[in-house]
Design a binder for this molecule. Structure first.
Ligand SMILES: [Zn+2]
Ligand SMILES: [Zn+2]
Length: 333
């Protein structure tokens, strides 16, 4: 089979490798779509925290697929089921897993980072982490299950109260999904602070009340930083109300630092939280939102390329003019 593999030296190639065989407890899946994102670029460039990736890495952590085989002892989901799969694989026995914080499992293992991802013609995954996608859910929505779970995790950490004023920083996929999910918490307003005016129309569809390209005098209860912008992180402290919460989701590159106005953080009792990947529970919530029809993200996939055209997909991710949403590789129908 063909597999999109990077050694982390700024190169990536479609390489012929042996078909994977599902071991006990695993299923064999034929990916349908695999999204590419800025984190994949960091994996290709070797810019990710080295504790969170094993090279050579097969890309593909945002994806949906169809079950085509069962390993020993597995009968579910049935062959032919369309599924998405919790990306971060919990050991189920460490104290973090037992407390439900499976995203902090002591034996970190994640599809597309430490074990082969779905930017390939076949992938094996643990059967117990598969979620069956309802027939009513488009492949375009299903391929966004992973970033939706990441956003669900961020909101779990942010814990917005009804009536909250929420700012989403960024105008990429995570930011758009965050705007859509924010609405489910009955906020009094949702603003997006983006970079590209061409993303404004998509942000409106995502449900924002206003799309801004410069900070205003408005203060917010919760800011979700999904741009990985040093300048925006520093500036966010001034945009929070006292007691407000800043949740960091956008990576800025391993080792990079940004100044924080410490006195303002203390005086304002500002909470600065990191939100890492997503738990099994966040995945279940994300899939439930999709399967119930409450979250249709079909509009967000703006660019699709066959797997063989991965270079064009990566180029679109870096350079396509706005409006640009999710760039996806089409692997099978
Ligand atoms: Zn991603
Ligand atoms: Zn664990």
């Amino acid at each position: 089979m063909k597999s999109l593999i990077t050694p982390g030296d700024k190169t990536v190639a479609l390489i012929e490798v042996a078909d994977p065989k599902p071991i006990a407890g695993e299923i064999l899946v034929a990916p349908i779509y695999a999204g590419v994102c800025a984190t994949d670029i960091e994996v290709i460039n070797g810019e990710l925290d080295p504790d969170f990736v094993v090279y050579p890495a097969t890309l593909g952590h945002e994806w949906c697929g169809r079950v085509v085989g069962h390993g020993p002892g597995v009968s579910e989901p049935a062959i032919g089921s369309r599924i998405v799969v919790t990306g971060l694989i919990p050991c189920k026995t460490c104290f973090e897993c037992l407390a439900g914080a499976t995203n902090r499992c002591l034996t970190y293992s994640e599809i597309g980072f430490t074990r082969p991802g779905a930017a390939a013609e076949l992938v094996t995954v643990p059967a117990f982490l598969a979620h069956v996608v309802a027939d009513s859910v488009s492949n375009e929505t299903a391929v966004l299950a992973e970033p939706t779970a990441v956003v669900t995790q961020a909101f779990t950490n942010a814990n917005p109260k009804p009536g909250a004023k929420i700012l989403i920083v960024g105008d990429g996929t995570i930011a758009m999904i965050a705007a859509s999910l924010a609405k489910t918490f009955q906020p009094s307003l949702v603003h997006m602070l983006g970079l590209k005016p061409g993303q404004a129309e998509m942000a409106k569809r995502a449900g924002v009340d206003a799309f801004l390209t410069e900070p205003t005098e408005q203060r917010y209860d919760i800011i979700i930083e999904a741009a990985g912008s040093m300048e925006r992180i520093t500036g966010a402290i001034k945009q929070l109300v006292r007691g407000g919460t800043l949740v960091l989701v956008g990576y800025t590159g391993f080792g990079n630092m940004t100044p924080i106005m410490v006195d303002s953080v203390i005086n304002g009792e500002i909470k600065i939280l990191g939100s890492f990947a997503s738990t099994v529970k966040a995945w279940a919530t994300a899939v439930e939102l999709m399967n119930s029809g409450k979250l249709d993200l079909s509009y967000l996939v703006t660019h699709k390329f066959p797997l063989a055209d991965f270079a064009k997909a990566i180029d679109a991710l870096k350079n396509a003019p706005a409006p640009r949403g999710k760039v996806a590789l089409v692997i099978s129908a």
